[in-house]
Design a protein around this ligand. Sequence first.
Ligand SMILES: NC(=O)c1ccc[n+]([C@@H]2O[C@H](COP(=O)([O-])OP(=O)(O)OC[C@H]3O[C@@H](n4cnc5c(N)ncnc54)[C@H](OP(=O)(O)O)[C@@H]3O)[C@@H](O)[C@H]2O)c1
Length: 305
Amino acid sequence: MQVQSKSFLKLWYDIYVSQYIQDRKEQVYMIDNLSAATVLHNGVKMPWLGLGVWRVSEGNEVVHSVTSAIRAGYKSIDTAAIYGNEEGVGKGIREGGVPREELFITSKVWNTNQGYESTLAAFEESRTKLGLEYLDLYLIHWPVAAQGKYKDTWRALEKLYKDGLVRAIGVSNFKVHHLQDLLADCEIAPMVDQVEYHPLLTQKELHSFCKDNKIQIEAWSPLMQGNLDQPVLNELSAKYKKSPAQIVIRWDLQNGVVTIPKSVTESRIIENANVFDFELSAEDMEKISGMNQDKRFGPDPDEFN
Ligand SMILES: NC(=O)c1ccc[n+]([C@@H]2O[C@H](COP(=O)([O-])OP(=O)(O)OC[C@H]3O[C@@H](n4cnc5c(N)ncnc54)[C@H](OP(=O)(O)O)[C@@H]3O)[C@@H](O)[C@H]2O)c1
């Protein structure tokens, strides 16, 4: 009897535990350069690491950020209509010298354009400003639930997707209850939820809900908008000989979270991409997660209407 239960345990270990460990290892090791991508639930590949361009001025500043990133090997750029810099992003893409199909470009419909027809019009405006035939990802920027329009907006995104104008569609700043409401009433489930996510806001419940529903989590303000002077990060920075920014970006990747740090500084754009030559131990991953204070640098989506 004892022998039987021992061999059962071993079988269970071989099938489940060792497979889990293998999968985790593969996930971590496969994220080994800026082209490494997660596979969204519709099969589209989305790079794990990209450049964010919020609060980057239209014109030379954004063109320079985007071209610096593309020349450093970045494949993914995250903008939004409200950032007011889509024309510069488009110019940066053209000047970056990398074929369009190798890049992954995201934009978002702003709150005042929610609704079916107005979203279709907003998409067309973004696409024209960017100078692109198609976008890779288009997101609803905020649920603004008090407006009661995000389901109509979603139907417009579904149409854009079916028409082949966007390769993947998703949401941003959706909490679990917004996702549940949308999932109950949509034809195509969102592929991505882009939310505020960093060591001080680890979003455990939302992350696990998204995993269960095959929605890829993407971190905005991954660098806590520059508030990187934190004891745990400084300690790990000394230990791994990596900057606090690199420690946080690596923590995102090992957590299976797509991340889009913003910088207008070329040396930092390069630094933020230099995260593929080290691995945080499980213990140090936990240490960083233990920094959580449910602290937001941006608004709470339930209160942003
Ligand atoms: N969906 C949404 O509602 C939403 C909301 C906010 C942001 N986002 C997206 O997420 C992106 C990233 O978030 P974020 O712009 O709020 O902030 P972030 O990436 O968390 O932090 C950017 C700040 O960190 C600094 N920084 C960058 N690299 C650094 C490094 N290696 N060492 C030290 N400091 C560094 C930048 O300075 P410099 O630029 O001066 O180098 C900037 O001040 C945005 O750009 C946007 O694309 C989305």
